[in-house]
Design a protein. Structure first.
Length: 257
């Protein structure tokens, strides 16, 4: 059956060179609305570099990135977020001394409807917006079973819950594409299973496109509709999970290890 969903994110011959070394070369990918695609490969293959290109951390030296029909390659990171791409990192990046709910509230920048005057003098518009944002934050936290820990300082959460909070904060930006960089790294099997459930809920509830970097192959094979494999900065295979699992080149370059 033909997939009629719109393409939300695509790259054309994307690449970057560092001091003569091609870290990523001729990278092409298309992700449709609500689709979950895995990006896998050996350590040092260029996966996180791709994420850095997609989010404006690096500027590509060749090729282009499109969010729907808007060219976003060359934009700064905050402009990419405003356009609709959010990400998490291999190493969790939270505001550790802020509470759980405060970590989510800071991501609602686009939803703030009051100006400086209202903020200083605490006008009715200020309190109305604050109430609405608090309710939205609590709804997000409830999805991740963190609503009962809203007032807990983020650094006091267990590792798995910190990871879920980071994803909840990314969702608060109202993104069109969510990039998850090794979300299961450092998790025990119970936490990984819980994360798997959360990712499925995100897809069902938010219909957001997800690009996932992950080394846990059981998680990848369970949630991804398609998988793209890169090695030494170049795509070596792309297809359905079962096709990738049986691809001899992928087995030799990555899965066999």
């Amino acid at each position: 059956m033909e997939d009629t969903r719109k393409t939300v994110l695509r790259t054309q011959h994307l690449g970057i060179t560092f001091g003569g070394l091609k870290a990523v070369s001729d990278f092409n990918i298309e992700i449709k609305e609500g689709e979950l695609v895995g990006l896998i490969g050996p350590n040092g293959a260029g996966k996180t570099t791709v994420f850095n290109l997609l989010t404006g951390v690096y500027k590509p030296t060749e090729g282009a990135i499109f969010l729907y029909d808007e060219k976003i390659s060359g934009k700064k990171s905050h402009q990419v977020v405003q356009a609709g791409i959010a990400r998490t990192f291999q190493n969790i990046r939270l505001f550790h001394q802020m509470t759980v709910i405060e970590n989510v509230l800071v991501a609602f920048t686009k939803d703030v409807k009051y100006g400086l005057f209202s903020a200083i003098f605490r006008t009715p518009a200020f309190w109305k917006t604050e109430k609405e944002l608090h309710e939205k934050a609590m709804e997000l936290l409830k999805i991740f079973s963190l609503d009962d820990k809203a007032d807990v300082v983020a650094s006091n959460l267990p590792y798995g819950e910190q990871r879920k909070l980071e994803i909840a904060r990314a969702l608060a930006t109202n993104m069109k594409v969510l990039l998850l960089d090794e979300p299961a790294a450092g998790m025990n099997p119970t936490e990984t299973a819980d994360l798997l459930k959360c990712i499925k809920v995100i897809r069902e509830k938010f219909k957001v496109a997800i690009l996932l970097i992950e080394h846990d192959m059981s998680l990848v094979m369970n949630v991804c509709e398609r998988i793209q494999v890169i090695s030494f900065g170049q795509t070596i295979a792309a297809g359905l999970p079962e096709e990738i699992a049986n691809n001899q080149q992928v087995i030799e370059a990555y899965l066999g290890k």
